[in-house]
Design a protein around this ligand. Structure first.
Ligand SMILES: [Zn+2]
Length: 77
């Protein structure tokens, strides 16, 4: 689970960007932290970079395909 210290630096929102899921090998639609919905492994990634493939080290094959979901959007000013 993503952690943070200061309450004022994150804002909770309801947005479809956080419910959409993404396949490994596709580009991240937003910069931020993504979580594998199967094994809870988290990554930080820049917008447009490729979400890690099935072969990333921490995902047990027994859980099936990786499904990435955005958990924290990195807002650029
Ligand atoms: Zn995983």
């Amino acid at each position: 689970m993503a952690l943070y210290q200061e309450m004022g630096v994150l804002t909770q929102v309801q947005d479809k960007a956080f419910t959409a899921t993404h396949r490994p090998g596709t580009s991240a639609p937003y910069a931020g932290i993504y979580r594998c919905t199967k094994c809870s492994h988290e990554i930080g990634i820049a917008e447009g970079h490729i979400l890690p493939a099935q072969t990333h080290g921490k995902h047990p094959a027994s859980l099936g395909d990786i499904i990435w979901q955005l958990v924290v959007f990195a807002q650029h000013n």
